[in-house]
Design a protein around this ligand. Structure first.
Ligand SMILES: *[C@@H]1O[C@H](CO)[C@@H](O)[C@H](O)[C@H]1NC(C)=O
Ligand SMILES: *[C@@H]1O[C@H](CO)[C@@H](O)[C@H](O)[C@H]1NC(C)=O
Ligand SMILES: *[C@@H]1O[C@H](CO)[C@@H](O)[C@H](O)[C@H]1NC(C)=O
Ligand SMILES: *[C@@H]1O[C@H](CO)[C@@H](O)[C@H](O)[C@H]1NC(C)=O
Length: 414
């Protein structure tokens, strides 16, 4: 295969293996001005300062950056937009924390024009907006003792994002504002919230909006995702070990090429089928998105997701055998997360799309069934027939359909 077409294949298909990626499917477009400059997403090449200054100078918003160190030594960058463009930031503006999904970073909240991006819309509506970037993404690749090129740096899964990253960021927001925060999660960001809630770790959060909730993954409908998760689980570990999973790296490209030759998997035709047909993306936004994403994650994290797809159970990372699990958990099987323990009176706004191939409708309904005894007045469920995974973040009409509802929900449950 010629180098060029191989690259092309790798480019097209790198999305496909990313089980929960926010995924656009119109990667060809003309460029134009945006809230975010079209930075190259090279890991570590760009300081968060650059994003912040761009936000301030180009768009008239205030922007602050914070570093927070997790209890296991990772140094995370957190971005804050403390008030709207018109200013008027009084003291007790309610904080909102935005938590992105896997293989992307906090910048996904800012790729639309300001009047269409959730982060700036919230700021303009009186909220104090905090944007997290989890470990391994370009602004959060520091550690007190480990270099990001050390495989130990990548020894984590979303269990650790729940236990360490999210807790540290929530604590930071609380320290800085003196208030409990509202929360918006997309995809993996919803999983982190639900698991935290079920484990009693969300006491400094007031309410949560869950966009494209991810908990049970047995019904994801994309051929490549299923193949990756079920058939190639062993190979993922064997090929990458405990390492960075960088979609732009050569090792991953080769791995994906193998997946694409698997019977029934056509990487060219598969793209729209993978996250579902996003109805409402602007081509320019998609281009900006592609220049900023994807971001690295830990291979171990993807293996953990693959375990959920394969086993149909939401549990901690499975070390693969009874002895190893016993060593880590004191029991032979990884402990199961029990989402029925989510406090029934915790305010939850949940929105899901009819075309979403990752947060599949059948899987969301399993989740909704578990949440059926939730206090009626503390829960609002929204179903958007035409939306797929990325529409919730980048859809041109997401403000009218979803964001206004979130704002109303937060105001009601402040
Ligand atoms: C990791 O990167 C540092 C510099 O950033 C370099 O000095 C070191 O040799 C690298 N280690 C490995 C194992 O590549
Ligand atoms: C990875 O972290 C786990 C604890 O979470 C530890 O038991 C294990 O030894 C680490 N793996 C390696 C290769 O260091
Ligand atoms: C897409 O973005 C461009 C530039 O901001 C804008 O001119 C165009 O109207 C947008 N299209 C839609 C459908 O919003
Ligand atoms: C169990 O898994 C660990 C690491 O995951 C491995 O080192 C060990 O050899 C395995 N033991 C058996 C009996 O398969």
């Amino acid at each position: 295969m010629a180098a060029n077409s191989f690259l092309n294949l790798a480019f097209l298909s790198f999305y496909s293996v990313s089980l929960l990626l926010v995924l656009p499917f119109q990667p060809f477009a003309a460029s134009r001005g945006r809230f975010l400059p079209n930075y190259d997403a090279d890991n570590g090449a760009l300081p968060l300062t650059a994003i912040c200054s761009a936000a301030v100078t180009l768009n008239g918003y205030k922007c602050q950056e914070f570093d927070v160190t997790t209890d296991d030594g990772y140094v995370l960058s957190v971005l804050r937009i403390p008030e709207g463009r018109a200013g008027g930031g009084g003291p007790n503006r309610p904080p909102v924390l935005l938590q992105h999904g896997v293989l992307v970073d906090g910048m996904t909240w800012l790729v639309n024009p300001t009047e269409e991006s959730l982060a700036t819309i919230l700021a303009d509506n009186g909220f104090d907006v905090w944007i997290s970037n989890v470990r391994g993404t370009r602004f959060s690749r520091r550690h007190l003792t480990l270099d990001s090129n050390n495989s130990q740096f990548w020894n984590w899964t979303w269990d650790d994002l729940v236990t360490h990253d999210l807790q540290s960021v929530i604590e930071l927001v609380f320290q800085q504002t003196g208030q409990k925060t509202h929360y918006v999660g997309h995809s993996m960001g919803t999983l982190m919230a639900m698991v935290s809630l079920s484990e009693g770790k969300f006491d400094k959060v007031k309410s949560a909006a869950l966009l494209c909730p991810i908990a049970y993954l047995t019904h994801i409908t994309t051929a490549l995702g299923v193949v990756a998760a079920k058939a190639f689980l062993g190979e993922i570990i064997a090929t990458f070990g405990l390492a960075e999973f960088n979609l732009k790296g050569q090792a991953v490209a080769i791995f994906l090429k193998t997946l694409c030759t698997y019977p029934g998997v056509n990487c060219y035709d598969l793209l729209p089928a993978f996250t579902g047909n996003n109805c409402c993306l602007n081509a320019s936004t998609v281009e900006t998105f592609l220049k900023n994403e994807p971001q690295s994650t830990a291979t171990k994290n993807l293996v953990h997701f693959a375990q959920s797809v394969r086993n149909g159970v939401l549990s901690k990372y499975d070390y693969g055998n009874a002895t190893a699990n016993m060593e880590h958990y004191g029991v032979s099987k990884p402990p199961v997360y029990d989402l029925s323990k989510i406090p029934h009176d915790f305010p939850i706004f949940l929105s899901y799309g009819g075309q979403d191939a990752l947060s599949d409708v059948k899987d969301v309904r399993i989740l909704l069934d578990i949440l059926k005894s939730h206090d009626q007045d503390k829960m609002k469920v929204q179903y958007i027939e035409k939306y797929a995974h990325a529409d919730f973040i980048m859809g041109v009409d997401a403000k009218d359909i979803v964001y206004n509802e979130i704002i109303e929900f937060f105001r009601t449950h402040n």
